[in-house]
Structures are given as structure tokens and as C-alpha cells.
Design a protein around this ligand. Structure first.
Ligand code: ATP
Ligand code: MG
Length: 453
């Protein structure tokens, strides 16, 4: 790590030399003895922290020159960290400087231990602000309809939503549990021409089989025992908006027929009714099951499958887009930190490692739950692997399920270890692994490993 830069502005040569000597081990120190020089150094070096004496030539016994330097620095960078170093009798001047935006003040003669401590605290704050700004910046560019994702896989999904949203075509969203299927459905609705209409979400596997037809299409009075009044179904109430059919793979076959007919005709009959009722609801369906397989085994109607699968959005798993893990984790850490009034939380190095190594079988939802829990459990401002209930040593908390996963897990371990041993040098790591440089690059891309990792 390069040393952080420190600017010392002090007109007394002895004090300047003494401070520089005490701090140059830990910081990259530049110095100046007057206001003009201080500003020139500040512009040229952008120090993380500036130590500023208030009494500078030509008025070494007045605070005006120092205060003017402080003001100029803060114009250049409103978040600049300036620590005032003032003479004994100048406490009220130091307070003026704090009021004007200085971070802290120390009285001469300066205790070096005290100075180092104040500096550490100041650097920590500067770091946090920097990270927060970077996060805000990235959240702006990587946030789409409340979804986070900088990876190419997610950018493809965002593009697809932009294109398909405004059409009225049915969309089928596929993906493992917790990958964000419902978020995509909502984004599609929000981007559609029917965004002012209702978004009605129903989960086909939580409604009892004998009730699902009337839930969807409604029923007339007396259609069946217990149908005491006429009732509208979700297809009808979502007219002018979007009907989201979650877990569509669990829809009973006889209801599938009726849904297919609705998709073709844009009209339907209530259970026990004769009248054709029109609805322009846009249908978005989702499932984590393999619909093609279900269709092949006769559990899902092939014609309905083709009708729904005009546009398919295939959600990537979190382990397929490893570069997004830390981004999404930091986003949740910040949000839950604010929610629980724990500000400035950061992941400890072992937590960062554990987050990158875990296999995330529960995808974004699992990540969300672990971070939320960690925010509640953590004692200090550093969230550790322990708080996330993760280990930073094994590749995954759950053992690999398939041969492909086992192979990838082993490949990941070996590639990471080789890169670490050779400090990210590709040629050396490839040589050790017995593969060519291009092959290593390909492997890293496939596994979502960056050189820094
Ligand atoms: N890209 C993302 N950015 C931020 N949060 C996300 C993202 N994807 C998912 N989430 C969050 O993760 C959780 C799970 O998302 P969602 O309910 O959309 O997943 P799902 O695929 O429908 O899961 P399931 O199959 O279990 O119903 C939600 O709380 C959602 O807010
Ligand atoms: Mg869901």
C-alpha cells in the first residue's frame, strides 16, 4: 500500500522538521512555510490530511493568514481534512478555524503520540467518506429499477427489460430461488405502458389446487358450493396492468388450458359463467423449475410453454456473477446500517474473503439475509465473517452438488492460490498451473475472478 500523503504548513523550521521526522515513517510528507506555498502543495499533491499552523508570515502572530489558507483549501475541496496546530494562547482562534470547517485542533507544543492518534482518526474518516462517495457513484451507475448489478450478465438483463418492458409481450422469467425474478417482473411492469395500472402478483404454488381457477378467473354466484356471491379473479382485476404468475410450473393442467386461451383471445369466462370478459392484462410468469422438462413429461402444456416463452429472461445465479457479490453486499451493508442507525460500517478483510468464496445457493436473498443479520449482530464498525455466519477458509459453506460445481470449486481454489502466490502476475501463475496465459484469462473470466482478488 502506498503511504497516505500529509501536508505540513508551519513557518517555524525546527517544528516543521521535527514533525516531518516523527511522521515520515507512516506518511508521505510534504511541507510548506506560508500560505501561497501551502496552496501550491495542496493542488499539486492532494494530501489526505493537512496540518496547518495559523500564524504564518507575513503576520506570524495573527491567525489571519492561516484562516485564509484554510478557507482556500476548503474551496478547492470541501471535504478536505485540515487539522489546526495553534499556539497556546490561541484557543479561540482554533475554535474559529473549527467553525470554518477544520477537522480538529492541537495546541503547541505538540505531543507526537497525540498527533498520531488524531491523524489516524482523521484518516479513517477520510477513508469512509471516500468509500461512501465511491459507493454512491457506483450505486448510481449500477442501479437499475432498484436492482444492483455491474456484471455483464446483469447488464444484459437490464437491457432486455429496457427493450421488452414497453411491449405487451408475455415474458417468462427463469432462475434459481432468490435471483431476483420478482424484481424483474416489477421492473417490466414499471417500464411498460401499463405502469399506472395495477401489478397483481400471485403465487401458483401457495393456492390450493381446487381454488386456483376461481382465484385467477373469478366465479359467478352459485358456481360451486361456497360461491355465495359473484367474485372477480386476478385476470380481471389486473386489467390495465400486469399479472405476475409466480411458480407457473405448479399451475394445474386444466387451469393451464384456460390461461392459454386467455393469452390467445385476451378474454375469458368466470367459473360458472357464460359471458366473455375482456382483459388486457400483460402476463409475466416465473419459475425456478425446468419447464421444458415438465413439458416433456406431460406436466406442463407445451403450447402454453411456447406462448409464454416468446421472451425468456434467464436470471444468472450470484456465483455466476462473482464480481457483483461485494457490490451488492456493500449496498445492503449501507442500507441496513442506516436502517439500524449503525453508520460507517465496513467489512473486515476476513468477511470480504468469505463473501467472495461462498457459493451462495440462496443467491441475492441469502446475501441480503446474511448482511442484515450481521448488521444486527456486529459489535464494532467492522463486520466480520463470523457475523455473516460464513467461514473464510472453505470455498463454500455447502458442499458442491454436481460434478461441474465440484470442478469449478477446485479450479477456483487453485487459480486463486496461484494468483495470490504470484501477487496477481498472470504469466507466473499460468506457468505454475501448467496452462497458457490465454487459458488462464479464460478460466478467470469463467470463474469470475479478477486479478486483484
Ligand atoms: N439485483 C438485485 N439487487 C438488489 N436486490 C436484489 C437483487 N436481486 C434480488 N434482490 C433482493 O433479493 C430478494 C430476492 O429477490 P426476488 O424475490 O425477486 O427473487 P426470486 O427470484 O423471486 O426468488 P424466489 O424464487 O425465492 O421467489 C429480494 O429481497 C430482492 O429485493
Ligand atoms: Mg419470487
Amino acid at each position: 500500500m502506498p503511504k497516505l500523503r500529509l501536508l505540513i504548513v508551519e513557518d517555524d523550521e525546527d517544528i516543521r522538521a521535527q514533525m516531518k521526522w516523527a511522521l515520515c515513517d507512516d506518511y508521505d510528507v510534504v511541507t510548506s512555510g506560508d500560505r501561497a506555498g501551502a496552496l501550491a502543495e495542496f493542488i499539486a499533491n492532494r494530501p489526505t490530511v493537512t496540518l496547518l499552523d495559523l500564524g504564518l508570515p507575513p503576520h506570524p502572530n495573527e491567525p489571519e493568514e492561516g484562516l485564509a489558507a484554510l478557507a482556500a483549501i476548503l474551496v478547492l475541496d470541501p471535504l478536505a481534512k485540515v487539522i489546526i496546530v495553534s499556539g497556546q494562547g490561541e484557543k479561540n482562534n482554533a475554535m474559529r478555524a473549527i467553525g470554518a470547517g477544520a477537522y480538529d485542533f492541537l495546541c503547541k507544543p505538540v505531543e507526537m503520540d497525540e498527533l498520531k492518534l488524531v491523524l489516524q482518526r482523521c484518516v479513517y474518516l477520510a477513508d469512509l467518506e471516500q468509500e461512501y462517495r465511491a459507493l454512491q457513484q457506483s450505486a448510481k451507475t449500477d442501479l437499475f429499477e432498484n436492482m444492483i448489478g455491474a456484471s455483464p450478465q446483469m447488464q444484459i438483463i437490464f437491457d432486455l427489460i429496457r427493450k421488452v418492458g414497453p411491449t405487451n409481450a408475455p415474458v417468462l422469467i427463469l432462475g434459481e430461488s432468490g435471483t431476483g425474478k420478482e424484481m424483474v417482473a416489477r421492473a417490466l411492469h414499471h417500464r411498460s405502458t401499463k405502469s399506472n395500472g395495477p401489478f397483481v402478483a400471485i403465487n401458483c404454488n401457495t393456492i390450493p389446487e381446487n381454488l386456483i381457477e376461481s382465484e385467477l378467473f373469478g366465479h359467478e354466484k352459485g358456481a360451486f358450493t361456497g360461491a355465495l356471491t359473484q367474485r372477480k379473479g386476478h385476470v380481471e382485476t389486473s386489467a390495465g396492468g400486469t399479472l405476475f404468475l409466480d411458480e407457473i410450473g405448479d399451475l394445474p393442467l386444466q387451469v393451464q388450458v384456460k390461461l392459454l386461451r386467455f393469452l390467445q383471445e385476451k378474454s375469458f369466462q368466470r367459473v360458472g359463467g357464460r359471458q366473455e370478459i375482456a382483459s388486457d392484462a400483460r402476463v409475466v410468469a416465473a419459475t425456478n423449475r425446468n419447464l421444458e422438462e415438465l413439458a416433456a413429461s406431460g406436466k406442463f402444456r407445451e403450447d402454453l410453454y411456447f406462448r409464454l416463452a416468446v421472451v425468456v429472461v434467464k436470471m444468472p445465479t450470484l456465483r455466476e456473477r462473482r464480481d457483483d457479490i461485494l457490490l451488492v453486499a456493500k449496498f445492503f451493508l449501507h442500507n441496513y446500517g442506516v436502517e439500524h442507525a449503525k453508520f460507517g460500517l465496513a467489512f473486515a478483510p476476513d468477511a470480504l474473503r468469505a463473501l467472495s468464496l461462498h457459493s451462495w445457493p440462496g443467491n441475492v436473498r441469502e446475501l441480503q439475509n446474511r448482511v442484515r443479520r450481521a448488521v444486527i449482530m456486529t459489535d464494532g464498525w467492522r463486520v466480520k465473517a463470523r457475523d455473516l455466519e460464513l467461514s473464510d477458509t472453505s470455498t463454500s459453506a455447502t458442499p458442491p452438488q454436481t460434478l461441474k460445481e465440484a470442478r469449478e470449486s477446485l479450479e477456483r481454489d487453485m487459480v486463486l492460490a496461484a494468483l495470490r502466490r504470484h501477487r496477481g502476475k498472470i504469466t507466473a501463475a499460468a506457468l505454475e498451473l501448467g496452462i497458457s496465459r490465454p487459458t488462464l484469462y479464460e478460466l478467470m473470466e469463467k470463474l469470475g475472478i479478477s486479478r486483484e482478488a
